[in-house]
Write a protein that binds this ligand. Structure first.
Ligand code: CA
Length: 432
């Protein structure tokens, strides 16, 4: 067990804290006394460090000017674009500011101007997301969903050879806490129609992780080697890819999801860096003996999965009014993926597709081998045939208006403190 760096910030050393000094996730927030001026912040304990303000007081002295100017921007895009050495230098500098002892700002005269009550902040999207791609990288999820619609061939022939994905819609990515409006769409009552148009009746959540890309963009036509993917992986967030299953079922053939997935995607606001996640990575993924070998451009000897524990809860409007605790629907791990972040990135860029800093790649629904490990209602209730019972005694096949879905994520490993992602939450609003 290594000796921990001590941190003087309240709440940072609580055993269940999401944001100890070993985490230091990046975010963008507006503080109550500076509305309309989003700034880059780092979560620490019950507080957040305001980097723009810290730069103004000279507290970032010692960092390269390009880093300081990137940290004064209203989004993380410029900082994400810098690259791994600069991300690491900034992280080390922030850690020294927040650690007890020499270099810390505990006794700095302007300490209280830069260290903010985290609960009072209004979180924003961490970056301007240029492009958003959603994969389908969990074998359990793809097999479960495939077996409902194609019992004889749950996985398509390509599935174990490439990470299947689709180009999503960045314009409808929202930060956690934003209400989710039940969408309208075209659906059919029976397999051969005719269709009608109206509010989706089969609204679902999808438990996912996303990775923000960083580093300078590759040139058009230039591939990204799977072994060098880490240079482009900035950090991770929780993703809820809200989905309209009845719309999806009618529209998805032959080109895949379209309107069923473009009305809202929620992300958690704190970007946990790959550097912070390193202690919770392990070699992987483990493939079955009968699985085909992956092609060379997707093979990485030191590839890894990240063991992020992920929990989904639902609280109905009535439960929240009565103070009833939310009901846990799923518990899974990001380590249960068939394809890794490195492989998703290398495959995405294998044509020479430009991958820019601030782009977001999501994993697809994360499902594990057990029933509780299923990461969406479609699987969890097996198309509604096995409803789940909430804490107020009501049943759910899919989501109802007023339901609040909350995803939390955290990492644990022997010899290391727990770190967390915070939460990704949304309340379902009635169709307008
Ligand atoms: Ca998805």
């Amino acid at each position: 067990m290594t000796t921990r760096t001590r941190c003087w910030v309240p709440g940072a050393e609580r055993p269940e804290a999401d944001f100890p000094i070993e985490n230091l996730p990046w975010g963008v927030a507006e503080r109550p006394d500076r509305p309309g001026e989003p700034r880059i912040v780092v979560a620490i304990g019950d507080a957040a460090l305001d980097l723009a303000e810290a730069a103004g007081f000279g507290m970032l002295e010692g960092l390269a000017p390009r880093i300081v100017s990137a940290l004064r921007m209203p989004t993380l895009n410029a900082f994400m674009a810098l690259g791994r050495a600069d991300w690491s230098a900034a992280r080390a500098h922030v850690a020294s500011m927040l650690s007890s002892g020499a270099g810390g700002i505990e006794r700095h005269a302007r300490r209280d101007a830069v260290l903010l009550d985290r609960a009072a902040l209004s979180m924003r999207l961490p970056a301007e997301i240029g492009d958003y791609t959603d994969f389908y990288a969990s074998e359990h999820h793809a097999t479960n969903v495939g077996s409902m619609f194609r019992p004889n061939q749950p996985l398509m022939p390509n599935w174990k050879h490439l990470p299947v994905g689709y180009h999503g819609r960045s314009s409808t990515i929202v930060v956690e806490g934003t209400p989710v409006r039940r969408p309208h769409g075209q659906t059919v009552a029976s397999d051969d129609g005719p269709p009608s148009f109206g509010p989706s009746k089969l609204l679902d959540h999808e438990l996912e992780m996303g990775v923000f890309l960083g580093g300078p963009a590759n040139a058009l036509g230039e591939r990204i080697a799977v072994g060098r993917a880490d240079e482009r992986l900035f950090g991770c967030v929780i993703v809820n890819d809200w989905s309209a299953r009845d719309v999806q079922k009618w529209e998805y053939q032959p080109l895949g999801p379209f309107n069923a997935k473009n009305f809202c995607t929620s992300i958690s606001p704190w970007v946990v860096t790959l550097e912070a996640l390193r202690p919770y990575c392990r070699p992987g993924p483990v493939r079955g003996a009968a699985d085909p070998p992956v092609l060379d451009y997707l093979r990485r000897g030191d590839d890894y999965v990240v063991d992020v524990q992920l929990e989904v809860t639902i609280a109905s409007a009535g439960m929240r009014a009565a103070g009833t605790a939310p009901t846990r629907i799923s518990l899974g791990s990001f380590a249960d993926m068939y394809w890794t972040m490195s492989q998703m990135l290398a495959h995405h860029a294998s044509t020479g597709c430009v991958m820019r800093p601030g782009d977001l790649l999501a994993s697809g629904t994360i499902s594990g081998p057990t029933k509780e490990g299923r990461g969406c209602m479609l699987e969890r209730t097996w198309r509604g045939t096995e409803p789940v019972t909430l804490g107020d005694g009501t049943e759910r096949r899919f989501l109802q208006d007023g339901d609040e879905v909350t995803i939390t994520g955290w990492c644990e490993a022997a010899g290391h403190p727990r770190i967390g992602f915070g939460r990704c939450r949304g309340v379902v609003m009635p169709a307008a």
